[in-house]
Design a protein around this ligand. Sequence first.
Ligand code: NAD
Length: 415
Amino acid sequence: MTVGIVGLGYVGLPLAVAFARAGERVIALDVDGQKVAAVGAGESYIEDVSSEELRGVLGQIRATSRYADLAQAQSIIVCVPTPLTANREPDLGPLTSSARALAQVLQPGQLVVLESTTYPGTTRERLVPLLEESGLRVGESLNVAFSPERVDPGRTDYTLQNTPKVIGGMTDECAERARELYSRVCDKLVLVGTPEAAELTKLLENIFRSVNIALVNELAMLAERMGIDIWEVVDAASTKPYGFMRFEPGPGMGGHCLPVDPFYLTWRAREFHMSTEFIELAGKINQQMPVHCVERIERALNDALKPVRGSKILILGASYKGGVGDIRESPALRIMELLAERGAVLSYHDEFVPALPELGLEHVPLEPAASEADAVVLVTAHPGIDYRALATQSALFVDLRGVTRGVDVANLVRL
Ligand SMILES: NC(=O)c1ccc[n+]([C@@H]2O[C@H](COP(=O)([O-])OP(=O)(O)OC[C@H]3O[C@@H](n4cnc5c(N)ncnc54)[C@H](O)[C@@H]3O)[C@@H](O)[C@H]2O)c1
């Protein structure tokens, strides 16, 4: 089988490698010439795929930027970005331009699966009409399905293979074709009746996380006022064997999914005269967290008789989560911006993020920056650093991730 993958980012590249490893031929397409060149040269730019792994299957992968090459594929999986516009409305630009380009090259009998996260109705109302400009008809000469990606970057226990994959086809035959396709790389497939059900499933999963993170963040702010250690509370509540699921407070939500995807549903809900209150409230609380964290840092410095202006502050971790270099929507950036506005002398340590040009900063080695800093602020806990030791050695250590819980020293402040 030949599988076409459109969009070689965090979702598309691992998928291309998975199909290639399963012995399929892969046509890997991106409009970004640098990515096409990198894939062609066996150089991975995604942490979840090592260059060795990519090179091991390069014989199976043909990287291209020409949509015409997809005519040879039996199945085409679309993994293009679905961001928000400046007004926080869905930006389906990449999706529609990809669908228009596909319509020029589609062949009878092909299957097109959309994996990009989006609002319910996108596949049927936006993707299908554009694909049908090819002259092919869904259910007759073309199959179309939606199957959300569930990848959690940096995670190794749950992979594409052992994470059940949800599929919603435009027709039963479409769903069956998609099931057959994904059974080559996934152990368990979950078929739902429509693409809309599959689209909403993905949003439910993301909204569930966003709302629960907001809940525990709100409690963290309250616990701080009450003088209660929120981490002790979360640890204790997590001992309940049923009816509770652990979520951790933190400096705010980052990454491409949680700060963005729920607003696709908010936007769509307006057409149905509904306002999605949980989503809005969770967004509001989570967006407030970097501001709260900066106030916490400011107060901690104040207690040490130091103003933020002129203080040397070392930020640990600029990406949005440990073990990855993705800085999209990272709360660390917002925290650094706010501290810079207040006149802090900033530096950051993050081996996954070599430079932050917009802030005019480059990654610095941990030492001597940590010993020279007036405050060391742990925003994102990458593996390989002894934070607990660092917390006791620093002039002031602000832990926004709870990794120092149990440590009780005067210079340590925890969210
Ligand atoms: N990153 C994640 O962890 C994750 C998880 C689940 C779902 N998703 C969803 O998957 C989709 C893709 O996310 P991602 O993180 O891989 O994005 P990404 O930005 O890493 O990659 C998308 C790729 O698509 C390419 N592209 C843009 N327009 C194109 C076009 N018209 N034709 C061909 N290629 C085009 C871009 O150049 C880019 O390389 C999004 O809808 C996202 O919400 C992402």
